[in-house]
Design a protein around this ligand. Structure first.
Ligand code: SAH
Length: 187
């Protein structure tokens, strides 16, 4: 796994997704080296780069030009240029232009989550996975309802990571914001 400190950051862009969360997402996605991955809301490219190391191809999409710029910088830094296409656009509209894929990660949707899930599910290959990462409860709930509307069973996992920091008295644990992953598989 790539260390959080090994990513280029930008104060205008959220991310990178923390190392342990990236690790769990990789695991849950069941990504393999023949897979095509779509990362909607790529932010700094934390997930894009991590998935590019395991997959055949990653489409990294963000509507914020600072985000696509930062993603491109991290893609170059971690030498996965040949596997990543960075797209500056809205994720919902971009889905129309893509061929079918194996994994869809949704890290940002700006009010269009149900539409992105519905359109994305149509383009998802058999055994493919959709993973929604949410900081807000409302986002997680919206994902659960949308999966149910599509007659899909959502798996919901809430992740709270605490990391140890050395102090003069011993190791103090500091916790990160909990992240909820709502995911489903296409059978
Ligand atoms: N996983 C990222 C962080 C995601 S932050 C990382 O590891 O760095 C969420 C991103 O979603 C933001 O950069 C925001 O610009 C983007 N976003 C929000 N709505 C979007 C949409 N409809 N289409 C594409 N990107 C979107």
């Amino acid at each position: 796994m790539i260390k959080d400190s090994d990513f280029i950051k930008n104060s205008e862009v959220p991310g990178p997704t923390k190392e342990e969360i990236r690790c769990i997402l990789l695991c849950k996605s069941e990504v393999s080296n023949g897979d095509v991955v779509v990362d909607i809301g790529c932010g700094t490219g934390g997930l894009t780069v991590e998935f590019a190391k395991k997959a055949k191809k990653v489409y990294a999409i963000d509507l914020n030009p600072v985000a696509t710029q930062t993603t491109q910088e991290n893609v170059s830094k971690h030498q996965v240029e040949d596997k990543v296409e960075v797209i500056l656009a809205d994720g919902l509209e971009t889905l129309d232009e893509l061929d079918d894929f194996d994994v869809l990660i949704i890290g940002g949707s700006s009010g269009k989550l149900p539409q992105i899930i519905k359109k994305g599910y149509k383009k998802l290959k058999k055994n493919g996975k959709i993973l929604v990462t949410s900081i807000l409860l409302e986002t997680a709930t919206e994902a659960i309802y949308t999966f149910k509307e599509l007659s899909l069973k959502p798996e919901v996992v809430n992740i709270m990571i605490s990391k140890g920091t050395p102090s003069s008295r011993g190791t103090i644990m500091f916790s990160n914001n909990p992240i909820t992953i709502v995911s489903t598989k296409k059978f």
